[in-house]
Write a protein that binds this ligand. Sequence first.
Ligand SMILES: Nc1nc2c(ncn2[C@@H]2O[C@H](COP(=O)(O)OP(=O)(O)OP(=O)(O)O)[C@@H](O)[C@H]2O)c(=O)[nH]1
Ligand SMILES: [Mg+2]
Length: 305
Amino acid sequence: MSKEDEFKSGYIALIGRPNVGKSTLMNRLIGFKVAITSAKPQTTRNRILTVYTDDEAQMVFLDTPGIHEATTALGDFMMQEATSVLNDADVILWLVEPDPYIGEKEERVIKLLEKSLKPVLLIINKADQVTEERLDVVKAAFAEKASFAEAYSVSALKGIGTDALLGKIKQMLPYGPPFYEEDTLTDLPERDIVAEIIREKALRNLKDEVPHGIAVTIERMREREGRDDGLVDIEATIICEKDSHKGIVIGKGGAMLKRIGADARKYIEKLLETKVFLKIFVKVRRDWKDNPAMLNGFGYRAGRR
Ligand SMILES: Nc1nc2c(ncn2[C@@H]2O[C@H](COP(=O)(O)OP(=O)(O)OP(=O)(O)O)[C@@H](O)[C@H]2O)c(=O)[nH]1
Ligand SMILES: [Mg+2]
């Protein structure tokens, strides 16, 4: 076989309950932070495609919203995003907590995986939190309830066991030419990444149910004219679902909004590699999570790709 014939390429879906570390693991595997992460469940809302290419293979990762029982139209959209990738995947990474208890929520994931008929790797994440003995107990518990090709224990956060996992994924991919240019990192437009960064900073700074009702839109993103330092003006809006939330997002004397803005700007400047002037507005759109037109407008569009 020539070198070209030996090249491998394929799609790898990251699936699991909310908060198990899917986005953290994807970022770790590609070596860049593209997907936002937070300690709160249901952080990821869209499927996020990223690409990792080396001399031997191209791996296209599909990060997904955590599998849960949807109670809003937004939740329905998120589940659609998560389950639709199962059709595209060559390999599925099924992420779980390092906990041997398998309840109804995990059973929901197991059913989906069984239906997909795709090769599955069980990934016991957050291995940094437990002992080796405990990991064996977790693996045995899952082996009893579900079938998977192999189990891997990793710490996505600390980068433990992730190189070995990358090697295994490569092994499992089919031979074939790359799908994307070798320098492609993601299919997300820069504007969407900026909106997600602002949402992450809101998620991380706000408490209780407020962050779950937030969406972020970018109204304007443009290099300022008449300057040669590349300064980019960004106007964004944080949408919340209740009047009471608006006050919390703005904070006393605007302190909360200032903090979200400052955290986001730092990060956006790194991403765009230039100075940024970020202005954030706050609006209330009551019950937007159940309004199809508003969902569309805020970037939660079914089949938008
Ligand atoms: N200790 C530890 N924490 C981790 C690890 N991986 C992820 N986390 C933490 O777990 C939380 C959730 O991580 P995410 O990557 O946002 O989880 P997710 O599965 O993408 O969550 P959703 O998008 O809500 O479905 C964050 O606070 C992460 O820092 C790990 O290996 N060890
Ligand atoms: Mg996520």
